[in-house]
Design a protein around this ligand. Structure first.
Ligand SMILES: Nc1ncnc2c1ncn2[C@@H]1O[C@H](COP(=O)(O)OP(=O)(O)O)[C@@H](O)[C@H]1O
Ligand SMILES: [Mg+2]
Length: 585
């Protein structure tokens, strides 16, 4: 058995903290809950006069008022329950919304490493499943906590008033109940954690299949995926059942304890000596109180399951909210940098991976210089350029932009200096226009967006779309071809006024013809921008100012195309290989 990470109370306190913002609603809700709780002892009590006065003594006043009293009690109960239900629900929904916003905003600030290391199913579960769990379980928990404990206090109060001897005898049984409840608590909390983990496994596998359905189909992975899903599903149901059994067992056990108490009561109450001090009505009312106690006691034992669910989900959420956001300690704000980039003795290893991926990189790039990075896949090109926007932080060595160490620049300000077309194209389920004019560029004039699209050779196909720039392109641009998607993401980078541009295999999905066109447009447009181009096809980067050849995380050759060819080293070999491929293809 693993020990819980934080005490449940701490988590619950924090959850309560969120609802305190809505304390006015909470007050109304609590008043409602207590009012509805009070109706229970009222109902038990009224049985006393019903039997003694109305039935046995046939007191006309009591006979007249009793029906009205009963109606009154239930009317009060109904209104109180509506009010409390409404306001608790309202607070619960507000807290959900607040938490969901916080989690999403926090994710936006998490370091890239976090997204690399966490299953996307789990991340999605945070904004959906976990938060719903917290909300539902807390709402039910709070309702039951207040209403049921108030009911129990009220009923016990009435019972003490009617016969303290009988009540005390009954209470002997309570510690036994408490023991069972405590055991169930620990088990339920542990199981809730496991169930949550297994739900995110199920989501993860479904999510992978949905994203990768083409690969799954083509490689006939259906059987494998179905098996994997079914295993996770099976695991999930297994844990759910275990949790359910614990829940189901704890309730009848507690009820049996109460029944034992009830039996003992009836036994004691029917002794001669007791019968003398209790009127039949009071005795009826006492037994009714005991019966009415059963439900809130049972609820309280279930409450525990609910609180544990809320706490387990809350723990997950707070763990995320407490996790370290991206480090952003820089104070320097760059307006528009010149674009001088310098790497000094930079070595880099991915966190948690021992072997360094970059060794001792030294490189100074003049403002406006076009740098091309070439090398076999896995040689570290992507890693190198990803250090610039600080997707990862350098531990050894230093990178400077316009002479300022990257860590000293505010992240927002640093990233404003950089436009990026990554290896993976990212498009949003939005219009063509909004996909090009994304983020800071949201409000740029249409003419500028059009010009960027034209430069990226995207205008021709955009104009053929049913609604032109207003066409919705679907989830990650499913309605477009690979080349069209790539052109949109290039248009986005062209539109950005950032002085540093990173193109990581940005034209890989284009045919050679379009690639040349775009390259020409880029050369023209990006005259004054510092550019890092990672190209697969060497023919496209021949007129770069400098070509760096990377191998195993090191820059092994550097120079202009002609020089490198003359050097007859790795570059010349790569070139020969590609030339061979292109002529034979
Ligand atoms: N997020 C990551 N975590 C751990 N290792 C990584 C990660 N990304 C890349 N690598 C490793 O770093 C090396 C360089 O990768 P990368 O920079 O993507 O190469 P390239 O872009 O030249 O193909 C590879 O060996 C790869 O396995
Ligand atoms: Mg790469």
């Amino acid at each position: 058995m693993t020990t819980p990470r934080t005490t449940g109370w701490q988590v619950y306190q924090r959850l309560i903290g969120y609802s305190l913002k809505y304390w006015r609603y909470m007050v109304v809700a609590i008043v409602g809950l207590i009012a509805s709780a009070v109706t229970q002892p009222m109902f038990a009590w009224i049985l006393g006069p019903l039997l003694d006065k109305a039935i046995l003594q046939r007191d006309p006043v009591v006979i007249q008022w009793l029906p009205l009293g009963i109606m009154g009690i239930f009317l009060l109960r109904g209104m109180a329950m509506f009010l409390s239900g409404y306001y608790i629900g309202l607070v619960g929904r507000q807290v959900t919304k607040m938490l969901r916003d916080q989690v999403f905003t926090h994710m936006l600030r998490m370091p890239v490493r976090f997204f690399e290391n966490t299953q996307s199913g789990k991340l999605l579960a945070y904004v959906s499943y976990y938060i719903d769990q917290v909300a539902n379980a807390s709402i039910r928990g709070v309702t039951s906590l207040i209403q049921d404990s108030a009911t129990i206090i009220g009923l016990l109060g009435l019972m003490f008033y009617q016969s303290w001897q009988l009540t005390l005898a009954m209470l002997v049984i309570v510690p036994l109940i408490a023991l069972i409840v405590m055991y169930a608590t620990r088990r339920l909390r542990l199981l809730s954690h496991k169930v949550q983990d297994s739900v995110s496994n199920v989501t993860q596998i479904a999510n992978e299949m949905i994203r990768g359905y083409k690969v799954v189909r083509i490689f006939n992975g259906e059987k494998y995926e179905a098996q994997r899903f079914s295993d996770a599903n099976e695991q999930n149901i297994h844990l759910q059942m275990k949790r359910m059994v614990t829940e189901l067992l704890s309730t009848p056990l507690v009820q049996f304890m109460v029944a034992l108490a009830l039996a003992a009561m009836v036994y004691i109450a029917t002794r001669e000596s007791t019968l003398e001090t209790l009127s039949p009505g009071t005795f009826m009312s006492f037994i009714m109180s005991m019966i009415l106690l059963l439900t809130p006691v049972r609820n309280l034992t279930q409450l525990n399951a609910q609180l544990q669910t809320a706490i387990a989900a809350g723990e997950g959420i707070f763990e995320l909210l407490d996790s370290q956001a991206e480090k952003d300690h820089g104070s320097m704000a760059l307006e528009h940098c010149k674009g001088e980039v310098a790497f000094h003795n930079v070595s880099f290893a991915y966190p948690g991976v021992g072997k360094p991926v970059l060794h001792n990189i030294n490189l100074t790039v003049r403002p406006g210089e076009k740098i091309a990075l070439v090398g076999k896949s896995g040689s570290g090109k992507t890693t190198l350029v990803n250090l610039l926007p600080r997707f990862h932080d350098v531990e050894n060595g230093e990178i400077r932009l316009d002479g300022v160490a990257l860590q000293d620049i505010r992240l927002h300000s640093l990233r404003r200096q950089i436009a990026y077309v990554g290896q993976e194209i990212v498009l949003f389920n939005d219009s063509v226009r909004n996909n090009i004019a994304y983020g800071d560029m949201r409000d740029l004039p249409d003419a500028q967006i059009r010009a960027a699209a034209e430069a990226a050779h995207a205008l021709e196909f955009i104009e053929k779309l049913p609604h032109g720039f207003d066409t919705q392109i679907g989830d990650n641009g499913v309605m477009l071809s690979g080349g069209q998607r790539q052109r949109l993401s290039i248009a986005r980078a062209i539109l950005s006024p950032a002085p540093v541009l990173i193109l990581d295999e940005a034209t890989s999905a284009l045919d050679t013809e379009s690639e040349r066109h775009i390259q020409a447009a880029l050369d023209r447009l990006l005259d004054n921008r510092t550019t890092f181009i990672i190209a697969h096809r060497l023919s496209t980067i021949e007129n770069a100012d400098r070509i760096l050849v990377m191998q195993d995380g090191e820059i092994i050759e550097s120079g202009k195309h002609a020089d490198l060819m003359a050097q007859n080293g790795q570059y010349a070999r790569l070139h020969a290989m590609q030339f061979h491929d292109e002529t034979t293809a």
